[in-house]
Design a protein around this ligand. Structure first.
Ligand code: PLP
Length: 370
Protein backbone atom coordinates (compact mmCIF):
# COMPACT_ATOMS: atom_id res chain seq x y z
CA UNK A 1 0.00 0.00 0.00
CA UNK A 2 1.39 3.47 -0.81
CA UNK A 3 2.01 5.67 2.15
CA UNK A 4 0.38 8.99 1.43
CA UNK A 5 2.64 10.69 3.94
CA UNK A 6 5.54 10.14 1.53
CA UNK A 7 3.88 12.55 -0.90
CA UNK A 8 3.93 15.51 1.48
CA UNK A 9 6.23 18.29 0.29
CA UNK A 10 7.25 21.25 2.43
CA UNK A 11 4.76 23.98 1.63
CA UNK A 12 5.33 27.60 2.54
CA UNK A 13 2.13 28.23 4.49
CA UNK A 14 1.18 31.87 3.86
CA UNK A 15 -2.56 31.51 4.27
CA UNK A 16 -4.78 32.36 7.23
CA UNK A 17 -3.40 29.39 9.20
CA UNK A 18 -1.98 26.93 9.83
CA UNK A 19 1.38 28.65 9.57
CA UNK A 20 4.81 27.05 9.09
CA UNK A 21 5.86 25.01 12.09
CA UNK A 22 9.23 25.91 13.63
CA UNK A 23 11.83 23.10 13.22
CA UNK A 24 12.40 23.04 17.00
CA UNK A 25 8.68 22.50 17.45
CA UNK A 26 8.77 19.51 15.08
CA UNK A 27 11.64 18.14 17.19
CA UNK A 28 9.57 18.61 20.34
CA UNK A 29 6.68 16.66 18.78
CA UNK A 30 9.10 13.81 18.13
CA UNK A 31 10.11 13.34 21.79
CA UNK A 32 9.10 10.22 23.71
CA UNK A 33 5.55 10.35 24.95
CA UNK A 34 5.33 10.50 28.76
CA UNK A 35 2.36 9.50 30.89
CA UNK A 36 -0.13 12.30 31.50
CA UNK A 37 0.51 12.14 35.26
CA UNK A 38 4.27 11.62 35.00
CA UNK A 39 6.08 14.00 37.39
CA UNK A 40 8.33 15.29 34.59
CA UNK A 41 5.32 15.97 32.40
CA UNK A 42 3.63 17.81 35.26
CA UNK A 43 6.69 20.08 35.48
CA UNK A 44 6.22 20.85 31.77
CA UNK A 45 2.52 21.60 32.37
CA UNK A 46 3.41 24.02 35.17
CA UNK A 47 5.88 25.82 32.93
CA UNK A 48 3.37 26.02 30.08
CA UNK A 49 1.00 27.83 32.43
CA UNK A 50 3.68 30.26 33.54
CA UNK A 51 4.68 30.99 29.94
CA UNK A 52 1.07 31.41 28.81
CA UNK A 53 0.46 33.87 31.65
CA UNK A 54 3.53 35.77 30.53
CA UNK A 55 2.60 35.92 26.84
CA UNK A 56 -0.93 37.01 27.75
CA UNK A 57 0.25 39.50 30.38
CA UNK A 58 -1.97 38.07 33.07
CA UNK A 59 -1.82 36.71 36.60
CA UNK A 60 -4.95 34.61 35.98
CA UNK A 61 -4.47 31.28 37.74
CA UNK A 62 -6.69 29.44 35.30
CA UNK A 63 -4.52 29.91 32.20
CA UNK A 64 -4.25 26.61 30.38
CA UNK A 65 -4.26 25.05 26.93
CA UNK A 66 -7.55 23.33 26.10
CA UNK A 67 -7.32 20.12 24.05
CA UNK A 68 -8.76 21.11 20.69
CA UNK A 69 -8.40 23.82 18.07
CA UNK A 70 -9.27 27.51 18.43
CA UNK A 71 -12.98 26.74 18.13
CA UNK A 72 -12.70 24.49 21.19
CA UNK A 73 -11.30 27.54 23.00
CA UNK A 74 -14.32 29.53 21.82
CA UNK A 75 -16.74 26.82 23.00
CA UNK A 76 -14.90 26.57 26.33
CA UNK A 77 -15.40 30.23 27.07
CA UNK A 78 -19.05 30.36 26.10
CA UNK A 79 -20.07 27.04 27.58
CA UNK A 80 -18.59 27.92 30.98
CA UNK A 81 -19.57 31.56 31.13
CA UNK A 82 -23.14 31.70 29.91
CA UNK A 83 -26.34 30.07 30.99
CA UNK A 84 -29.65 29.95 29.14
CA UNK A 85 -31.30 33.40 28.90
CA UNK A 86 -28.09 35.25 29.80
CA UNK A 87 -27.84 38.48 27.86
CA UNK A 88 -24.89 38.40 25.47
CA UNK A 89 -23.68 41.09 23.10
CA UNK A 90 -21.43 40.05 20.23
CA UNK A 91 -19.52 42.62 18.20
CA UNK A 92 -19.20 41.23 14.70
CA UNK A 93 -17.10 42.25 11.71
CA UNK A 94 -16.25 38.93 10.13
CA UNK A 95 -16.60 35.16 10.14
CA UNK A 96 -15.31 34.55 13.65
CA UNK A 97 -17.63 37.04 15.31
CA UNK A 98 -20.44 35.24 13.50
CA UNK A 99 -19.18 31.91 14.80
CA UNK A 100 -19.31 33.28 18.36
CA UNK A 101 -22.94 34.16 17.75
CA UNK A 102 -23.67 30.62 16.53
CA UNK A 103 -22.06 29.11 19.63
CA UNK A 104 -23.80 31.44 22.10
CA UNK A 105 -27.19 30.97 20.44
CA UNK A 106 -26.92 27.17 20.66
CA UNK A 107 -26.46 27.55 24.42
CA UNK A 108 -29.79 29.32 24.74
CA UNK A 109 -28.33 32.76 25.46
CA UNK A 110 -30.33 35.88 24.65
CA UNK A 111 -27.92 37.05 21.96
CA UNK A 112 -27.78 40.55 20.52
CA UNK A 113 -25.29 41.50 17.85
CA UNK A 114 -23.78 44.70 16.56
CA UNK A 115 -22.54 44.21 13.00
CA UNK A 116 -19.91 46.31 11.31
CA UNK A 117 -19.00 46.17 7.66
CA UNK A 118 -16.48 43.41 6.89
CA UNK A 119 -13.07 44.93 6.29
CA UNK A 120 -13.77 47.82 8.72
CA UNK A 121 -13.16 47.81 12.48
CA UNK A 122 -15.69 47.63 15.30
CA UNK A 123 -16.64 51.24 16.11
CA UNK A 124 -16.06 51.99 19.83
CA UNK A 125 -18.38 55.04 19.64
CA UNK A 126 -21.35 52.90 18.62
CA UNK A 127 -20.48 50.32 21.30
CA UNK A 128 -20.40 53.07 23.93
CA UNK A 129 -23.83 54.31 22.87
CA UNK A 130 -25.25 50.80 22.99
CA UNK A 131 -23.86 50.16 26.46
CA UNK A 132 -25.23 53.45 27.77
CA UNK A 133 -28.72 52.06 27.14
CA UNK A 134 -28.33 48.30 27.71
CA UNK A 135 -26.60 45.89 30.04
CA UNK A 136 -25.28 42.42 29.31
CA UNK A 137 -23.89 39.45 31.20
CA UNK A 138 -21.16 39.07 28.61
CA UNK A 139 -19.74 41.05 25.71
CA UNK A 140 -17.59 39.28 23.14
CA UNK A 141 -15.36 40.36 20.27
CA UNK A 142 -12.54 39.13 18.04
CA UNK A 143 -9.19 40.90 18.44
CA UNK A 144 -7.69 39.96 15.06
CA UNK A 145 -10.43 39.13 12.54
CA UNK A 146 -8.73 36.57 10.30
CA UNK A 147 -11.46 36.65 7.68
CA UNK A 148 -10.81 40.30 6.83
CA UNK A 149 -7.35 41.25 8.17
CA UNK A 150 -8.79 43.85 10.55
CA UNK A 151 -7.23 44.64 13.93
CA UNK A 152 -10.10 45.70 16.15
CA UNK A 153 -9.50 48.63 18.56
CA UNK A 154 -9.56 46.41 21.61
CA UNK A 155 -7.98 48.81 24.04
CA UNK A 156 -10.56 51.54 23.36
CA UNK A 157 -13.38 49.02 23.62
CA UNK A 158 -11.93 47.64 26.84
CA UNK A 159 -12.19 51.08 28.49
CA UNK A 160 -15.89 51.18 27.63
CA UNK A 161 -16.60 47.66 28.87
CA UNK A 162 -14.70 48.28 32.12
CA UNK A 163 -17.39 50.84 33.01
CA UNK A 164 -20.01 48.05 32.98
CA UNK A 165 -20.65 44.89 35.00
CA UNK A 166 -20.26 42.68 31.91
CA UNK A 167 -17.79 39.90 31.45
CA UNK A 168 -15.47 40.68 28.55
CA UNK A 169 -14.61 37.78 26.24
CA UNK A 170 -11.95 38.05 23.53
CA UNK A 171 -10.93 35.82 20.61
CA UNK A 172 -7.14 35.98 20.27
CA UNK A 173 -6.70 33.06 17.89
CA UNK A 174 -4.78 35.06 15.30
CA UNK A 175 -3.38 37.80 17.53
CA UNK A 176 -1.58 35.70 20.16
CA UNK A 177 2.16 35.70 19.52
CA UNK A 178 1.96 38.26 16.70
CA UNK A 179 0.78 41.44 18.43
CA UNK A 180 0.64 42.46 22.06
CA UNK A 181 -2.18 41.24 24.30
CA UNK A 182 -2.63 42.70 27.79
CA UNK A 183 -5.29 40.59 29.44
CA UNK A 184 -5.15 42.15 32.90
CA UNK A 185 -4.67 45.75 31.80
CA UNK A 186 -7.55 45.51 29.32
CA UNK A 187 -9.86 43.88 31.88
CA UNK A 188 -10.41 40.78 29.75
CA UNK A 189 -12.30 38.11 31.69
CA UNK A 190 -11.91 35.25 29.26
CA UNK A 191 -9.67 34.82 26.25
CA UNK A 192 -8.95 31.95 23.90
CA UNK A 193 -6.45 31.32 21.16
CA UNK A 194 -5.09 28.55 18.96
CA UNK A 195 -1.66 27.11 18.36
CA UNK A 196 -1.59 27.03 14.56
CA UNK A 197 -1.18 30.74 13.85
CA UNK A 198 1.55 32.95 15.36
CA UNK A 199 2.72 30.25 17.79
CA UNK A 200 3.88 28.08 14.85
CA UNK A 201 2.61 24.85 16.36
CA UNK A 202 0.30 22.52 14.41
CA UNK A 203 -3.45 22.93 15.02
CA UNK A 204 -4.71 21.13 18.11
CA UNK A 205 -4.48 23.25 21.26
CA UNK A 206 -6.39 26.30 22.43
CA UNK A 207 -4.77 28.39 25.17
CA UNK A 208 -7.47 29.95 27.38
CA UNK A 209 -7.40 32.21 30.41
CA UNK A 210 -10.18 33.08 32.89
CA UNK A 211 -10.15 36.01 35.33
CA UNK A 212 -11.29 35.72 38.98
CA UNK A 213 -14.55 37.42 37.96
CA UNK A 214 -15.09 34.80 35.26
CA UNK A 215 -14.34 31.99 37.70
CA UNK A 216 -16.86 33.44 40.14
CA UNK A 217 -19.47 33.26 37.41
CA UNK A 218 -18.56 29.60 36.79
CA UNK A 219 -18.74 28.87 40.53
CA UNK A 220 -22.14 30.53 40.95
CA UNK A 221 -23.80 28.89 37.95
CA UNK A 222 -27.35 27.71 38.55
CA UNK A 223 -26.95 25.01 35.90
CA UNK A 224 -24.17 22.56 35.20
CA UNK A 225 -21.77 23.44 32.37
CA UNK A 226 -23.54 21.61 29.54
CA UNK A 227 -20.33 20.19 28.08
CA UNK A 228 -18.36 17.74 30.20
CA UNK A 229 -15.15 17.81 28.12
CA UNK A 230 -14.76 21.58 28.33
CA UNK A 231 -16.00 22.12 31.91
CA UNK A 232 -13.27 24.31 33.41
CA UNK A 233 -14.10 23.30 36.98
CA UNK A 234 -13.16 19.72 36.01
CA UNK A 235 -10.29 20.42 33.58
CA UNK A 236 -8.82 22.89 36.09
CA UNK A 237 -8.49 20.11 38.68
CA UNK A 238 -6.00 18.38 36.38
CA UNK A 239 -4.11 21.46 35.27
CA UNK A 240 -3.75 23.64 38.32
CA UNK A 241 -0.99 23.43 40.90
CA UNK A 242 -2.30 22.68 44.41
CA UNK A 243 -5.33 20.97 42.92
CA UNK A 244 -5.92 17.24 42.83
CA UNK A 245 -4.24 16.65 39.44
CA UNK A 246 -7.23 14.38 38.95
CA UNK A 247 -7.47 12.54 35.64
CA UNK A 248 -10.04 14.21 33.42
CA UNK A 249 -9.05 13.28 29.87
CA UNK A 250 -5.69 12.11 28.55
CA UNK A 251 -3.80 15.27 27.70
CA UNK A 252 -2.35 15.47 24.15
CA UNK A 253 1.17 15.06 25.53
CA UNK A 254 3.30 15.67 22.42
CA UNK A 255 1.24 18.65 21.34
CA UNK A 256 1.91 20.12 24.76
CA UNK A 257 5.65 19.58 24.29
CA UNK A 258 5.25 21.49 21.03
CA UNK A 259 3.43 24.39 22.68
CA UNK A 260 6.02 24.50 25.46
CA UNK A 261 8.85 24.65 22.90
CA UNK A 262 7.14 27.40 20.92
CA UNK A 263 6.67 29.53 24.05
CA UNK A 264 10.35 29.06 24.92
CA UNK A 265 11.27 30.19 21.39
CA UNK A 266 9.00 33.22 21.70
CA UNK A 267 10.68 34.42 24.89
CA UNK A 268 14.18 33.57 23.66
CA UNK A 269 13.61 35.91 20.71
CA UNK A 270 11.82 38.41 22.95
CA UNK A 271 8.22 39.60 22.61
CA UNK A 272 9.18 43.00 21.18
CA UNK A 273 11.46 41.45 18.55
CA UNK A 274 8.80 38.94 17.52
CA UNK A 275 6.19 41.67 17.09
CA UNK A 276 8.69 43.84 15.20
CA UNK A 277 9.54 40.93 12.86
CA UNK A 278 5.84 40.60 12.00
CA UNK A 279 5.58 44.34 11.29
CA UNK A 280 8.73 44.33 9.15
CA UNK A 281 7.45 41.44 7.04
CA UNK A 282 4.05 43.11 6.70
CA UNK A 283 5.69 46.36 5.52
CA UNK A 284 7.88 44.55 3.00
CA UNK A 285 4.89 42.66 1.69
CA UNK A 286 2.81 45.82 1.33
CA UNK A 287 5.57 47.62 -0.60
CA UNK A 288 6.12 44.60 -2.86
CA UNK A 289 2.40 44.18 -3.54
CA UNK A 290 2.04 47.85 -4.37
CA UNK A 291 4.92 47.52 -6.86
CA UNK A 292 2.89 44.74 -8.48
CA UNK A 293 -0.08 47.11 -8.70
CA UNK A 294 -2.03 45.38 -5.93
CA UNK A 295 -3.88 47.21 -3.15
CA UNK A 296 -4.44 46.35 0.50
CA UNK A 297 -8.12 45.93 1.37
CA UNK A 298 -8.09 47.35 4.91
CA UNK A 299 -7.40 50.94 5.93
CA UNK A 300 -3.77 51.28 7.13
CA UNK A 301 -4.58 52.05 10.76
CA UNK A 302 -6.52 48.81 11.23
CA UNK A 303 -4.30 46.40 9.28
CA UNK A 304 -3.08 43.29 11.01
CA UNK A 305 0.60 42.55 10.39
CA UNK A 306 0.02 38.81 10.39
CA UNK A 307 -3.02 38.68 8.10
CA UNK A 308 -2.94 40.76 4.96
CA UNK A 309 -6.12 41.17 2.95
CA UNK A 310 -5.29 42.06 -0.65
CA UNK A 311 -7.91 43.33 -3.10
CA UNK A 312 -8.12 41.13 -6.19
CA UNK A 313 -7.85 43.20 -9.38
CA UNK A 314 -10.62 43.03 -11.99
CA UNK A 315 -10.33 40.25 -14.52
CA UNK A 316 -8.05 37.98 -12.44
CA UNK A 317 -9.08 34.38 -11.85
CA UNK A 318 -8.20 34.40 -8.15
CA UNK A 319 -8.57 30.64 -7.61
CA UNK A 320 -6.23 29.98 -10.55
CA UNK A 321 -3.59 32.25 -8.99
CA UNK A 322 -3.81 30.36 -5.70
CA UNK A 323 -3.62 27.04 -7.56
CA UNK A 324 -0.50 28.08 -9.46
CA UNK A 325 1.16 29.34 -6.28
CA UNK A 326 0.43 26.03 -4.59
CA UNK A 327 1.38 23.63 -7.37
CA UNK A 328 4.09 25.54 -9.24
CA UNK A 329 5.71 27.35 -6.29
CA UNK A 330 4.74 25.30 -3.19
CA UNK A 331 3.18 28.35 -1.54
CA UNK A 332 -0.27 28.44 0.03
CA UNK A 333 -2.26 31.67 0.37
CA UNK A 334 -5.94 31.97 1.28
CA UNK A 335 -9.03 33.22 -0.53
CA UNK A 336 -11.79 35.39 0.92
CA UNK A 337 -14.69 34.09 2.98
CA UNK A 338 -18.40 34.97 2.95
CA UNK A 339 -19.05 38.36 1.35
CA UNK A 340 -15.31 38.72 0.63
CA UNK A 341 -15.05 35.47 -1.37
CA UNK A 342 -13.57 36.32 -4.77
CA UNK A 343 -12.77 39.86 -3.58
CA UNK A 344 -9.61 39.36 -1.50
CA UNK A 345 -6.65 37.09 -1.02
CA UNK A 346 -5.54 36.50 2.53
CA UNK A 347 -1.79 36.38 2.99
CA UNK A 348 -0.64 35.16 6.37
CA UNK A 349 2.66 36.23 7.93
CA UNK A 350 2.28 34.32 11.13
CA UNK A 351 4.96 33.08 13.51
CA UNK A 352 7.69 31.12 11.76
CA UNK A 353 6.24 32.09 8.36
CA UNK A 354 6.98 35.76 9.14
CA UNK A 355 10.46 35.98 7.64
CA UNK A 356 11.66 38.49 5.09
CA UNK A 357 12.97 35.72 2.81
CA UNK A 358 9.46 34.18 2.70
CA UNK A 359 7.92 37.51 1.73
CA UNK A 360 10.46 37.81 -1.09
CA UNK A 361 9.74 34.28 -2.25
CA UNK A 362 6.02 34.99 -2.40
CA UNK A 363 6.52 38.27 -4.27
CA UNK A 364 8.76 36.56 -6.85
CA UNK A 365 6.16 33.81 -7.30
CA UNK A 366 3.31 36.31 -7.61
CA UNK A 367 5.29 38.28 -10.20
CA UNK A 368 5.57 35.19 -12.38
CA UNK A 369 1.98 34.00 -11.80
CA UNK A 370 0.30 37.35 -12.44
C1 PLP B 1 -10.09 34.60 14.74
C2 PLP B 1 -10.35 33.13 14.74
N1 PLP B 1 -11.16 32.61 15.67
C3 PLP B 1 -11.42 31.30 15.72
C4 PLP B 1 -10.88 30.43 14.80
C5 PLP B 1 -11.20 28.98 14.87
O1 PLP B 1 -10.07 28.25 15.12
P1 PLP B 1 -9.90 26.74 14.61
O2 PLP B 1 -10.09 26.73 13.14
O3 PLP B 1 -8.51 26.41 15.05
O4 PLP B 1 -10.92 25.93 15.32
C6 PLP B 1 -10.04 30.92 13.80
C7 PLP B 1 -9.47 30.04 12.78
O5 PLP B 1 -8.99 30.44 11.76
C8 PLP B 1 -9.76 32.30 13.78
O6 PLP B 1 -8.96 32.83 12.84
Amino acid sequence: MTNLLDGIDEILLMGPGPSCVHPEVYKALNRFTLGHLDPHFIKIMDQIQVLLQKILNTDNKLTIPVSGTGSAGMETCFVNLIEPKDKVLILINGVFGKRMCEVATRLGADVEVMEFEWGTPIDPGQVKEKLARNSYNLIAMVHAETSTGVKNPIEEISHIIKETESLFLVDAVTSLGGIEIKVDEWGIDAIYSGTQKCLSVPPGLAPVSFSEKALLKVKNRKTKVPNWYLDMSLVGEYWQKDHKRAYHHTAPINMLYALYQSLLLFFEEGAKNVFQRHVECHNNLRVGLEELGLKMYVEEKYRLPMLNAVAIPEGIDEAEVRKKLRFEHNIEIGGGLGPLAGKIWRIGLMGHTAQVKNVERLLTALRSVL
